[in-house]
Design a protein around this ligand. Structure first.
Ligand SMILES: [Fe+2]
Length: 331
C-alpha cells in the first residue's frame, strides 16, 4: 500500500480539523462548515472534471433530472421534475431549470473510489450506499425546508448558496426523508417516533450559512435544512446511506427465519378467511412468535456484525441498476 493511500482525503479537505476530531465532534450528528479555497477540492481525484455544468455533461451520458418552473409549465402542472436526454439538458438549464446529475460517480471512477474510501474512513458497514450527485442551476432557486435520511458532504464549486440549518428536536436518527410542507401530516412510521410541534416553515431558529466556491458542508441526516440562491451555482454532493442497527438485525433475522419453512409458508388475510380457520391461524402465529423468540435468543453479536455487507437500501440499488442500464459508455 502506498503512503498516499493512507492519507485521509477528508482530513485534507477539513484541515486543520483531523479525521479523529471530526469523528469525535461532528460525525454523525453535528454539521460542519469547512471554508477554504476552491483549489483544495482538486486534491480529490476526479473533481477536476466538474468545473462547470458543461464539462460535467460531457462525461455524463445518462438521463438528467430537470427541476423547476420551466418543467411545471411544460408538463402543465403535473410535476416539477422530469428526466431528459443529456443532449437536451443545457437547453433546460438555459430555460431556468435546475439540473440534477444523479450517480455522477458512474462516470468518474476516481470519485467512485473516493466515496468508497470515505465510507471506510467513517467506519460505515460495507453494504452502505455511496454516490455522487451534481447539482447545477443558472438562476439560483433552492429547496424548501426538509430533512433527509442520508448524510451529505456538499462541495460548493460555483456561485453562492445560502443554507439554513436547524437542529431537529422532533426526531432523532430519522430513517426517512420528510418535507416540512407536508405538515401537519406525518407518515405513520415517522409519527410513531415523532415528538412535539413542527418548526415554522421559515426555520427561524436556523443557523444561516453561505456556501461559496471552496466551502464544504457536512450535513448529517435529520438536520432541518432549506437552500436559496439568486445566482448560477454548481455543487457536488457525496451522499452516504445510513444503515442502522435495525437494518443489520433485520438482515440477520431473515437469514435465520428463512431456514424454517413455517416462516416461508403463504400468508393469508386474517379478516377474510372463514371463522373456522381464524382460530387455527392464530395458533400457528403464536407458535411462530415462540420460534422467533428462540431465534432472537440464539443470535450472537458476531452474526449481526457479519451482516454489515447486506444491501440496506433496495431503492438506491434499483436506481443504480436503472442508471447503469441507461448508461451509454460509448465515446
Ligand atoms: Fe436535503
Amino acid at each position: 500500500m502506498s503512503i498516499k493511500s493512507e492519507v485521509s482525503m477528508l482530513e485534507e479537505i477539513i484541515s486543520p480539523i483531523t479525521l479523529r476530531e471530526f469523528k469525535e465532534k461532528y460525525w454523525p450528528l453535528n454539521p460542519l462548515v469547512s471554508p477554504g479555497n476552491l483549489e483544495r477540492f482538486k486534491r480529490i481525484n476526479g473533481f477536476e472534471k466538474i468545473t462547470s455544468i458543461e464539462e460535467a455533461l460531457k462525461i455524463y451520458s445518462n438521463p438528467v433530472m430537470v427541476v423547476g418552473d420551466a418543467v411545471i409549465e411544460e408538463l402543465e402542472g403535473i410535476s416539477d421534475r422530469m428526466l431528459v436526454p443529456p443532449s437536451e439538458a443545457l437547453e433546460w438549464y438555459e430555460k431556468g431549470a435546475a439540473l440534477e446529475l444523479d450517480f455522477t460517480d458512474l462516470f468518474i471512477p476516481q470519485v467512485r473510489r473516493w466515496a468508497d474510501k470515505l465510507k471506510a474512513e467513517l467506519d460505515l458497514p460495507l453494504g452502505t450506499g455511496a454516490k455522487a450527485i451534481v447539482y447545477a442551476a443558472k438562476n439560483g432557486g433552492g429547496f424548501k425546508a426538509h430533512f433527509d435520511a442520508y448524510t451529505n458532504f456538499i462541495f460548493q464549486i460555483k456561485g453562492k448558496k445560502t443554507w439554513k440549518l436547524q437542529d431537529n428536536v422532533n426526531v432523532n436518527y430519522p430513517v426517512q426523508h420528510y418535507d416540512l410542507v407536508e405538515a401537519p401530516y406525518l407518515p405513520e412510521e415517522l409519527d410513531s417516533y415523532w415528538d412535539g410541534l413542527h418548526p415554522e416553515e421559515e426555520l427561524p431558529e436556523a443557523d444561516i450559512v453561505d456556501l461559496i466556491p471552496g466551502t464544504m458542508l457536512y450535513l448529517p441526516r435529520g438536520i432541518w435544512h432549506s437552500t436559496e440562491s439568486n445566482e448560477e451555482t454548481l455543487a457536488l454532493n457525496i451522499t452516504l446511506g445510513q444503515p442502522t442497527w435495525m437494518d443489520l438485525f433485520l438482515s440477520t433475522l431473515r437469514q435465520e427465519m428463512v431456514k424454517n419453512e413455517d416462516f416461508r409458508k403463504l400468508a393469508y388475510n386474517f379478516n377474510t378467511v372463514q371463522d373456522t380457520d381464524k382460530e387455527k391461524m392464530k395458533k400457528n402465529l403464536e407458535k411462530m412468535i415462540e420460534q422467533l423468540g428462540e431465534i432472537v435468543n440464539g443470535l450472537s453479536s458476531r452474526e449481526v456484525f457479519h451482516n454489515q455487507d447486506k444491501d440496506f437500501d433496495p431503492y438506491q440499488t434499483t436506481q443504480l441498476v436503472f442508471r447503469q442500464l441507461l448508461t451509454d459508455y460509448k465515446e
